[in-house]
Design a protein around this ligand. Structure first.
Ligand code: GLN
Length: 499
């Protein structure tokens, strides 16, 4: 077998089940690697003894036989998932030192499947951002070029998977935070349909948009984790009540009437004309078009469709998400959770100082925007209008799905930008969310699949992601198409330079 860190989830699962490798040995090697790559800033917490104890328990289960296929495979969690025994900070000073008394459902389900928690991963504060530069604990870096951002808000997740520090990581996506960092770091990411994975124990940003998902090296690895972590949870009021699914089996099942060299025969892929505007970076467009040609060669048909309100998704999202955030973040008052100012005069000054000290600038900006759009006199003009447009954006997708099965386009208008490039201009970063926000507002599942590189096709450039969007609960079809593409191409197998 090749070096253990090179192997993905499926491969490690086979090696563990056949006892070619022990989870303890695998975990030890990956922990050493994570420490050696500390300068990437991907991890916020590593606790070797805790991970190794889990790995040894996994080895005992494997020795008994009949263990779950994920038993012993390491995973790391975005620090937005509360995790008992580990720090759970959401990238915020507000929650530094906070100890959760329970595990998020996603963490618990992957733990029940026998996965070993390797650590907690860096992210933008309360998942607000597109570059991981809003983390109170410092940025994460892009393994393809450490002077560039890994994307955000699940930047630590994408960087850790890309640098081969861990085979898979959890992430959350409110407006693109799984898909965009996956694209920037050249890994595969899936944001499921809203409600598919429980939000219980996911530190809330914008509750009507937040959704948990996976970042891994391949669609197959994403399917394995998604099957274990998704499904109804009575503790999340917006959890979808559907029977458990085996996405791995769905991913492998041949399409009716397709097969052989044309596994995607009959699949109609819609290309929204608004996803290919003139200002799209030429490198990104070239890579995305090349991936689309591969899908065509696999039997898919490309059809033109339109999502006419794509541009409006930016103001709509940047009203609704801050509105919900301002309400969700009101719980951080120095009384119920986290940080409390040391010095204050009275109750009001305790609130004020606690929140001034605990929150970073982007979070404060969003609380102010959100409070404003919800205030009497502005609610109708902003929040209500945004809600109406959100419905129309979702309807536009349904009009498209009358003509196609999946929708494709770029994940982001450019590849990863240099650290600091957008630090003083939040609106610039908001505008770069244009292709991920529509599916988030509609609650649809979306994937980012590696689709080549900027610069010369021989490599040396930065990764580019192809976005695939499916209809509600069509994760099986999305993963099937992404898997077929990955069987025919090797973009997802490329690793960043360095040891
Ligand atoms: N970049 C978007 C934002 O800053 C999306 C973040 C996310 O999906 N969590 O809100």
């Amino acid at each position: 077998m090749k070096a253990l860190h090179e192997a993905g989830v499926a491969e490690l699962s086979r090696a563990l089940q056949t006892r070619q490798v022990s989870s303890a040995e695998l975990t030890r090697q990956l922990l050493a690697r994570a420490t050696a790559h500390e300068s990437l800033g991907a991890f916020l917490a590593i606790e070797p003894e805790r991970s190794l104890a889990q790995a040894e328990a996994a080895d005992r289960r494997l020795a008994q036989g009949g263990a779950h296929r994920l038993t012993g495979v390491p995973v790391a969690h975005k620090d937005i998932f509360v995790t008992r025994g580990w720090p759970s900070t959401a990238g915020s000073r507000m929650l530094a030192g906070y100890a959760s008394p329970f595990d998020a459902t996603v963490v618990a389900r992957l733990g029940d499947a026998g996965m070993v928690t390797l650590g907690k991963l860096n992210c933008d504060e309360f998942a607000m951002g597109s570059a991981n530069e809003n983390s109170a604990f410092g940025p994460a870096r892009n393994p393809w070029d450490p002077r560039r951002v890994p994307g955000g808000s699940s930047g630590g997740s994408a960087a850790a998977v890309a640098a081969r520090l861990v085979p898979a990581a959890t992430g959350t996506d409110t407006g693109g935070s799984i898909r965009q960092p996956a694209a920037f770091c050249g890994v595969t990411g899936i944001k499921p349909t809203y409600g598919l994975c429980s939000r219980y124990g996911m530190i809330a940003f914008a509750s009507s948009l937040d959704q948990a998902g996976v970042l891994a090296r391949s669609a197959e690895d994403c399917a394995l984790l998604l099957s274990a972590m998704s499904g109804f949870d009575a503790r999340d009021a917006t959890s979808a009540e559907r029977p458990p699914q085996d996405y791995h089996a769905q991913m492998l099942a041949p399409r009716e009437g397709a097969g052989g060299a044309a596994p995607l025969r009959g699949l109609r892929i819609g290309l929204p004309r608004e996803f290919f505007p003139a200002r799209l970076s030429a490198d990104v467009e070239r890579a995305v078009r090349a991936a689309l040609r591969e899908l065509e060669a696999l039997g898919a048909t490309l059809v033109d469709v339109s999502l006419p309100r794509t541009e409006l998704s930016i103001p709509v999202y940047y009203i609704i998400a801050p509105a919900e955030a301002s309400s969700n973040l009101s719980r951080y008052d120095g009384v119920k959770f986290g940080h409390r100012a040391q010095r204050y005069d009275d109750l009001t000054s305790m609130y004020e100082r606690t929140r001034a000290e605990g929150f970073g600038p982007e979070v404060k900006r969003r609380i102010m925007i959100g409070t404003y759009v919800l205030s009497h006199g502005y609610y109708d003009a902003y929040y209500l209008q945004a809600q109406k447009l959100r419905r129309m954006i979702a309807d536009d997708f349904q009009a498209c799905f009358a003509h196609c099965d999946l929708i494709a386009g770029p994940v982001a208008p450019t590849a990863a930008w240099p650290l600091g490039a957008q630090a003083d201009d939040p609106v610039q970063a908001y505008l770069a969310d244009i292709f991920t926000l529509p599916a988030s507002l509609a609650g649809l599942p979306g994937m980012s699949v590696p689709a080549g590189f900027t610069g010369s096709p021989e490599g040396g450039g930065l990764p580019v992601g192809l976005q695939l969007i499916g209809n509600y609960f069509d994760e099986g079809r999305l993963l099937h198409a992404a898997h077929a593409l990955q069987q025919a191409t090797d973009w997802h197998r490329r690793a960043p330079p360095g040891p």
